[in-house]
Design a binder for this molecule. Structure first.
Ligand code: ASP
Length: 342
């Protein structure tokens, strides 16, 4: 008999781990040690499942880089003992956590699958059971040589497996809550699980983690009529080291001179500006239109087709890891973990 894959389930919180209190009708977290009472199907899976929980289950709106680091450390500390990891997480900020984990976990050769649900696992029509069961199956899946099918951080939701740093939450009420418009699904779950994209790996390198994030980062989504004077405080190098700019279309913005001066001064004082698009698909191409040529001229970095979630996580990760501005700018342009298309 072949050994069953060892899977570690890391429960952080979110809707998936809730049940309805029969008396008050409120949603509350259930004791994760009793997971099999709520999902008895788990005992029929051909895996050896161990679960651990955050000391207190949290709504994913409460997630911050300290929580990201704690998830990454749990994976790192248990890396040799398990074949795969499933992280149960609220869907609201799942794309941020997945992006952050993808940068923190370098040269990952095992699956780290994040999943959650729109309806609590304790409700009749829950999407949580399927998401949980299939996420575990994916985390345990190996090819004929015993090598993990997925060797990266991914999000599994409603029959689709997405690259973690390529997807975004797009619906607050549909079961199909995530999309990855700029990168195809890694796998689709039907009668069989159809693995479509080989994982992003360089198998010769040692698995390592970096858990230091610098949060001196701002996000500025521009809009028609934006009074750039109101946003001056963001361009203060004493408090903010980098700005992710969410621009129109292929990276365009108004040519308002106050706004342009702020950007130019911020960059010359040592700040970094990264340009991503507000569109859910496509990429930034600075210089394509006159309204983006300025960015190219003053050294704004093109975020290419990165999601805002990936751009912010990558920026905080690089600022926390590197001290040289030049190195950070080079790495922002590079494809580190499959987060952008070159
Ligand atoms: N607010 C919840 C959370 O993100 C929603 C969910 O779990 O899907 O934690």
């Amino acid at each position: 008999m072949t050994a069953r894959p060892n899977i570690l389930l890391i429960y952080t919180g979110g809707t998936i781990g809730m049940i309805k209190d029969n008396i008050t009708g409120e949603l509350k977290s259930f004791d994760f040690d009793h997971l099999d009472q709520h999902v008895p199907e788990l005992s029929r899976l051909q895996v050896q499942l161990t679960s651990i929980s955050f000391p207190e289950a949290i709504d994913s709106s409460e997630m911050n880089p300290i929580h990201w680091s704690s998830i990454a450390k749990t994976i790192f500390d248990n890396y040799e003992r398990y074949d795969g990891f499933v992280v149960l997480h609220g869907s609201d900020t799942m794309a941020y956590t997945a992006s952050a984990l993808s940068f923190m976990l370098e040269n990952l050769k095992k699956p780290v699958i994040l999943t959650g649900s729109q309806l609590p696992i304790g409700t009749i029509r829950t999407d949580g059971k399927e998401n949980l069961i299939t996420a575990i199956e994916i985390a345990a899946a190996m090819d004929e040589n015993g090598v993990s099918r997925v060797q990266e951080v991914a999000v599994y939701f409603e029959y689709s497996l997405y690259r973690g740093n390529r997807c975004s939450k797009v619906s607050a009420n549909q079961f199909e809550a995530f999309q990855s418009p700029n990168f195809p699904e890694l796998a689709i779950a039907g009668v069989d699980i159809d693995y479509r994209i080989p994982s992003y790996i360089d198998s010769t390198k040692q698995f390592t983690i970096s858990t230091n994030f610098d949060t001196r980062v701002a996000l500025l989504k521009i809009f028609p009529g934006m009074n750039s004077k109101h946003y001056s405080s963001l361009f203060d190098i004493e408090n903010i080291r980098a700005i992710v700019l969410e621009t129109y279309g292929s990276g365009n913005a108004s040519s308002d001179s106050f706004f342009q001066n702020q950007i130019q001064n911020f960059i010359s004082e040592g700040g970094i500006v990264l340009n991503v698009t507000q569109c859910s698909s496509g990429s930034v191409q600075q210089g394509k239109y006159q309204t983006s040529s300025f960015f190219q001229k003053v050294g704004v970095i093109s975020g290419n087709d990165m999601t805002t979630e990936a751009a912010l996580a990558k920026m905080m990760y690089l600022l926390g890891k590197e001290t040289s501005k030049q190195k950070i700018e080079i790495a922002l342009r590079e494809n580190l973990r499959g987060e952008l298309s070159i």
